[in-house]
Design a protein around this ligand. Structure first.
Ligand SMILES: O=P(O)(O)OC[C@H]1O[C@H](O[C@H]2O[C@H](CO)[C@@H](O)[C@H](O)[C@H]2O)[C@H](O)[C@@H](O)[C@@H]1O
Ligand SMILES: O=c1ccn([C@@H]2O[C@H](COP(=O)(O)OP(=O)(O)O)[C@@H](O)[C@H]2O)c(=O)[nH]1
Length: 501
């Protein structure tokens, strides 16, 4: 952090900008404010990065019309950006989660296109860009996160050409045939191209983005570089490529080694009546996660007599999400109806097939759940990464447990030793569940050991270092004359660290 003049706000050399802050504000009955962890994998991944870095995190505090002054939370400098009720309706629930989210996830739900949502998306992106510009020191690095803020890189660039700007997209980037539906497709592409490095979860996302650049703009491209010239500014070379995100793997393993958490895992199993097999699903209650497909396969296995209540139990954590968006309201009804039907048909007085929890749990409880589960079910129809899959693997220091993983989740590109499934193929999913239940110990160990090696070596520190190294390379490139298109040379550089982890 730089020294600041009397009335001006403090300035930072490293700034992260995301829609969500790591903490969400709750207003208590007596009017006091309490803060709890925000939902979702973006926060899980960025929190350890920010705790280790000396910088500021700009974002929304999760409540409408809340003006909160900047504050410190667990060693992270938090800079809240207010959103009005109308912004939440139009920018967050509307354009972000009812237009872009379904469009970018294979149009599993139908995207809605409303011009007033777009107008508010532009206005709110400008507010985030202004907030970041106000606290960024001269020549600072600003790292913008995710689909809610795709216009921010360009807005920031126009205001502050001195900054080095990164952008990371946590969700898939769709093929051009789908992206082309978006009435504001060119503005979105130009918005993202304000960054020096545009990062994606998978290389297919990066190549979908490059195709969109080629179809919609005249910027010369040669993978992974795109040459961008904005009015009155020198030509910049933007790098677009994959940086698969991860978790703080060691901290999950450390928690799993805690005897109190292991005791909690035993209690969870006991509470279920100590079945032979505990299966687990952990998801935000989102139609992209394939919870309905999972329940269908599971219910049919009871119907077929392949599994029996008391022998097998499923814990399904459905973390509440985007609860005012119509598609999410409908999904909750469908899932709760299905759970009710399965339990109604197959429960006994002492056991239920499905333990359904429409709640969010703290990280310690998540780790206890992972330890308690013989099988983790990740059946996403489309998912940027899915950190739950990586957390399960990091937690299983006993080299046990079976991961059933959708080939449509980004994590499947790295966790090849999972049982990979197509969630649309219900018979295939049923076979995978039976295979997981009956998998011999030696095979479980071989598979888990190989996945653990990957997750422990490729952790979130490696992800952020790789991204920031590429960003530094583009920065040093800017100080030279731009040579013909080619990959920028890599420069050793990371954000200033408070401590070495
Ligand atoms: O902020 P919300 O609307 O409550 O949603 C929570 C987050 O969901 C999405 O997470 C994504 O990021 C994960 C980490 O990279 C990734 O593993 C997962 O596949 C994605 O779905 C969303 O992208 C975030 O912006 C939200 O904060
Ligand atoms: O009750 C819950 C359910 C989920 N999570 C966390 O939420 C994140 C979900 O991230 P993921 O990438 O799997 O999916 P996303 O929700 O971001 O789409 C993971 O870190 C989970 O541990 C949590 O802390 N409590």
């Amino acid at each position: 952090m730089e020294a600041h003049k009397d009335s001006s706000p403090p300035e930072y050399d490293f700034v992260v900008v995301s829609n969500r802050l790591p903490v969400d504000c709750t207003v208590e009955a007596d009017g006091s404010l309490t803060w709890k962890r925000s939902p979702g994998g973006l926060v899980t991944a960025l929190e350890p990065v920010m705790r280790a870095a000396d910088g500021a995190w700009v974002g929304w505090a999760g409540r409408p019309d809340l003006e909160v002054a900047p504050f410190q939370q667990d060693g992270i400098q938090i800079v809240p950006v207010p959103l009005s009720s109308q912004d939440i309706e139009e920018y967050y629930e509307g354009f972000s989660n009812d237009t872009l989210w379904p469009l970018y996830h294979d149009v599993i739900a139908t995207p809605a296109y409303h011009r007033e949502w777009w107008d508010d998306y532009v206005a709110v992106n400008q507010r985030f860009a202004d907030a970041a510009a106000a606290i960024s020191a001269d020549g600072a690095v600003v790292w913008v996160q995710d689909y809610q803020l795709q216009l921010v890189p360009r807005m920031l660039r126009e205001k502050r050409p001195d900054l080095t700007i990164g952008f990371f997209n946590h969700i898939p980037f769709p093929p051009y045939g789908i992206f082309a539906q978006l009435p504001w497709r060119t503005q979105i592409i130009e918005g993202m191209l304000g960054a020096d490095v545009v990062g994606f979860q998978r290389s297919s996302d990066a190549s979908n983005f490059s195709s969109a650049v080629r179809r919609l703009t005249n910027h010369p491209t040669k993978n992974p570089a795109i040459e961008v010239t904005l009015d009155g500014q020198p030509t910049r070379r933007v790098v677009a490529k994959a940086f698969p995100i991860s978790i703080d793997s060691r901290s999950f393993e450390e928690m799993a080694r805690d005897p109190a958490i292991q005791q909690r895992a035993r209690e969870i199993r006991k509470g279920l009546g100590n079945p032979k097999t505990v299966m687990l699903g952990v998801d935000r209650l989102d139609y992209t996660k394939g919870i309905r497909h999972r329940l269908k396969a599971y219910g049919e296995l009871f119907r077929d007599g392949a599994i029996e209540v008391g022998d097998v139990a499923l814990i399904q954590v459905a973390n509440p999400s985007r609860e005012r968006v119509e598609a999410y309201i409908k999904l909750r009804d469908e899932i709760e109806l299905t759970v009710g039907r399965i339990n109604g048909e197959y429960s006994t007085f002492s056991h239920s097939p499905v333990n359904y929890l429409h709640q969010g749990f703290p990280r310690e409880e998540m780790v206890a759940l992972y330890l308690a589960a013989d099988v983790l079910l990740v059946t996403a129809l489309r998912d940027g990464m899915n950190l739950v899959a990586k957390e399960y693997v990091a937690t299983r220091f006993d080299n046990d447990g079976v991961l059933i993983l959708s080939e449509f989740a980004g994590a499947s590109e790295e966790l090849r030793k999972a049982i990979l499934i197509n969630p649309h193929d219900i018979d295939g999913l049923k076979e995978a569940i039976m295979r997981a239940i009956n998998m011999p110990k030696v095979e479980r160990t071989t598979r888990m050991r190989s996945m653990r090696k990957r997750v422990l070596e490729h952790d979130v520190a490696r992800w952020s270092n790789a991204f920031l190294k590429n960003l530094a390379a583009t920065r040093s490139d800017r100080h030279r004359r731009i040579a013909p298109l080619g990959m920028a040379e890599e420069v050793e550089w990371t954000v200033e660290r408070k401590r070495v982890r």
